[in-house]
Design a protein around this ligand. Structure first.
Ligand code: BTN
Length: 326
């Protein structure tokens, strides 16, 4: 009920009487008063005035379970949120939960991660109070070969969600780094559990730099945050819910029509290294070429000097710009 009260107060932007809240949620005045008291304890600024009711101060938000639930406008993606102040890693927690029966669309969110994980065995720095770290659980019934595209679909959704939440134009560096002005603002780590032809689950983890004002010198030329790009604070809860909204729409389109078609077109439209010279860091041997965008399987097409086109699979391969990160 607390999330519903918050949603109503935020939407109204004015006083809402205790009576209206009671009628809306079918509870007693005492129950409303208690719920509002708990929200205030959590840090919300809610004014209670006799004869007028309750007023939520504009911009008053506390990043957590109730804020996220009060903003989630999706049908299934993120409809169930589990928020933690601290976790080793939201991907790790999501995998445990998926194995223990958590359903499709469950969203694990943490304010801090103590063992955040990146692609190719790297770590993901996850300080508290600043950024967004979440993992979505999916339990699809398509063939495992299609699974690689799910991370790309999330990449597209993050770029679209960022634009909606704060108006910043984000691009994608294949396979799924989200970049703004040539610097990385978000990383995505998808992991899955498969048995023969059957996917038990896919967990898609997303880390977005939101309020980071300064990066370590070794990262400063290739990492950025939304704060740095738009010069103001961006609501982390709004960002998560916009990404969930965009993901739900993109993923449903992907399930219906596959990756080929509109989704691939939109993805390629945002690909910052399309038609640029890239260095493919393949453990079998590095090579240079021109990136021509992804195909219907999500593989990057790289045209080599002598004209042959190589399909690059994201697994162990990384792509760098010749003159920098993008
Ligand atoms: C990358 O290397 O670019 C991918 C980084 C993915 C980080 C996110 S943060 C939320 C989720 N939990 C993790 O441990 N990792 C992902």
């Amino acid at each position: 009920m607390k999330a519903k009260i918050l949603a109503l107060l935020r939407e109204r932007g004015d006083y809402v009487s205790g009576q209206e809240l009671c009628e809306q949620f079918g509870v007693s005045r005492t129950a409303v008063w208690k719920a509002v008291g708990q929200l205030k304890k959590e840090g919300y600024s809610i004014e209670a005035t006799p004869n007028r009711g309750y007023l939520l101060a504009p911009e008053s938000e506390v990043y957590g379970q109730h804020e996220l639930c009060s903003r989630m406008g999706t049908k299934w993606a993120g409809r169930r949120v589990v928020f933690y102040e601290t976790l080793p890693s939201t991907n790790l927690q999501a995998k445990l939960d998926a194995e223990n029966g958590a359903g499709e669309g469950t969203l694990i969110v943490a304010d801090t991660q103590t063992a955040g994980r990146g692609r190719r065995g790297r770590s993901w720095s996850s300080p508290g109070g600043k950024n967004v770290y979440f993992t979505l659980i999916l339990k699809p019934d398509f063939d495992p070969e299609k699974a690689a595209c799910v991370a790309l679909v999330m990449g597209l959704a993050v770029a679209e969600g960022i634009e909606k939440a704060c108006g910043v134009q984000a691009g994608i560096k294949w396979p799924n780094d989200i970049v703004v002005q040539g610097k990385k603002v978000c990383g995505i780590l998808a992991e899955m559990s498969v048995e023969q032809d059957f996917i038990h689950y896919i967990v898609v983890g997303v880390g977005i730099n939101v309020k980071e004002q300064e990066f370590a010198p070794e990262l400063a030329d290739r990492a950025t945050s939304l704060w740095q790009e738009c010069g103001r604070n961006v609501s982390r809860a709004r960002l998560v819910t916009e990404v969930m909204g965009a993901f739900e729409a993109c993923y449903e389109e992907f399930l219906r029509d596959g990756f080929a078609g509109k989704i691939m077109e939109r993805y390629n439209g945002l690909l910052v290294n399309r038609n640029r010279e890239v260095l493919v860091l393949d453990p079998q041997g590095e090579f240079r070429g021109i990136s021509r965008g992804v195909n219907e399987e999500g593989l990057l097409l790289v045209e080599r000097e002598e004209g042959s086109v190589v399909e690059v699979y994201a697994g162990e391969v990384s792509v760098r710009g010749i003159y920098g990160y993008v």
